[in-house]
Write a protein that binds this ligand. Structure first.
Ligand SMILES: Cc1cc2nc3c(=O)[nH]c(=O)nc-3n(C[C@H](O)[C@H](O)[C@H](O)COP(=O)(O)O)c2cc1C
Length: 366
């Protein structure tokens, strides 16, 4: 998982930047902490620039969108937040990649409380999900402390290690939740998940068994021309069939029922050869403690399609072969509305095939 770290200070010897670098050093292999270094180059936010975004603003938005969580450490200037961090946040107001993002705020100046409160207020107003348990004030005796000294302070190391664990927990929560379509608490899903986990030595073995079960024991609705059209994980399990999207709902539910975070990914593929029409293809990402997010495709193998579970090597069903095909960014906790619509508004597999979901051709959104 990826945490994007933003420091509100541009000072070379900044304590806030040093704290974030220490967090990066303390992170286990499965957590990548990326420090965004371009806040000083961001122009002052001006809505008129939205039509031709400056490169650094694009970079910031891309980094935010692809991060599982944000970690902000910023000083207080004259009882307010610094212009640096406020300007960065202004570039993210109403940006869809920021909405609902889990965010933690570190305060490295114990006597300062105005900026911390203002920052929280701004973040909540911007629809971030504030991670309270990871938003703490660090008991630092002075602002003149470097990385090495911070790493030599057991209390600070312990607090920052705890912050990482809390951020990870908050960022993974949506990928463990039971929902309408990923109904991981349905009794049949719970029973199947437990059966698959029987005798497994670790989470990787459980994940592999769940993957192989959905890939091999659940028939792809179009390969086998099988009705009914399924969408909910429990429907896919009870009927033994589903389109790729529906199979990905089942795999996510089985993994979540076993306490393994799982999300949904999408590719845009050509249906036939290297020309239109195009459609979305559904697959999964599973979070493995040892490797982080790992994509798997349980749509079902057939001649020419050989997907497998062999982390960290990715072995998907379909390579991206032409310029209009793409791996869509993001790991979704819930199915895309276009996918749910296709699977719930059509009665037969033939009707679904004739109305497969695709990205919006004009806006390139789903
Ligand atoms: C322009 C300016 C204004 C400041 N205003 C405050 C303040 O209102 N309250 C406070 O506690 N500290 C204030 N400070 C002190 C900084 O918050 C403190 O030095 C902090 O550690 C700087 O963070 P940095 O080391 O990451 O740059 C101010 C510092 C500067 C440079």
């Amino acid at each position: 998982m990826k945490i994007l770290a933003l420091s509100g200070s541009l000072r070379a010897a900044s304590i806030n930047s040093a704290v974030l670098r220490v967090v990066k050093q303390l992170a286990p292999a499965s957590i990548e902490v990326r420090l965004f270094s371009g806040l000083g180059e961001l122009p002052l936010y001006n809505p008129d620039l939205e039509s031709a975004l400056p490169t650094v603003a694009k970079q910031l938005r891309n980094e935010v969108a692809s991060a599982d969580a944000l970690l902000i450490a910023s000083p207080e200037y004259a009882h307010g937040v610094t212009g640096t961090i406020k300007n960065a946040l202004d570039w993210l107001v109403a940006f869809e990649g920021f909405v609902d993002k889990p965010v933690a705020v570190l305060n490295a100046t114990p006597r300062a409380h105005h900026a911390d409160a203002a920052l929280r207020e701004t973040l909540v107003t911007m629809s971030a999900t504030l991670i309270e348990a990871a938003s703490i004030t660090l008991p630092l005796p002075s602002a003149h402390i470097g990385e090495a000294e911070l790493l030599a302070m057991p209390e600070i190391v312990s607090l920052l290690t705890g912050v990482l664990a809390e951020i990870q927990g908050a960022a993974m929560k949506p990928y463990l939740d039971c929902s309408l379509y990923i109904d991981s608490r349905h009794p049949a899903i719970v029973a199947q998940a437990a059966k698959l986990a029987e005798g497994c030595a670790d989470e990787e073995e459980i994940a592999k068994r769940c993957f192989e079960f959905v890939r091999d024991a659940i028939k792809h609705s179009w390969d086998y021309r099988l009705n009914p059209v399924t969408c909910k994980a429990s429907e896919v399990l009870s009927h033994g069939t589903g389109y790729c999207y529906a199979k990905s709902h089942l795999l996510a539910a089985l993994l979540r029922a076993n306490g393994i975070p799982a999300g949904l990914c999408y590719q845009r593929l050509t249906l036939d050869g290297d020309q239109p029409p195009y459609c979305l293809h559904g697959l999964n990402a599973v979070y493995l403690s040892q490797h982080g997010w790992y994509r798997v495709d349980a749509r079902g193998n057939k001649p020419g399609v050989e997907a497998d579970f062999c982390p960290p090597l990715e072995k998907l069903a379909f390579p991206i072969v032409n310029p209009l095909e793409q791996d869509l960014p993001g790991i979704h906790a819930e199915p895309l509305p276009a996918v749910v619509k296709a699977l719930t508004e059509h009665r037969t597999v033939e009707q679904v095939y004739d109305n497969l979901p695709d990205v919006d051709r004009q806006n390139h959104t789903v």
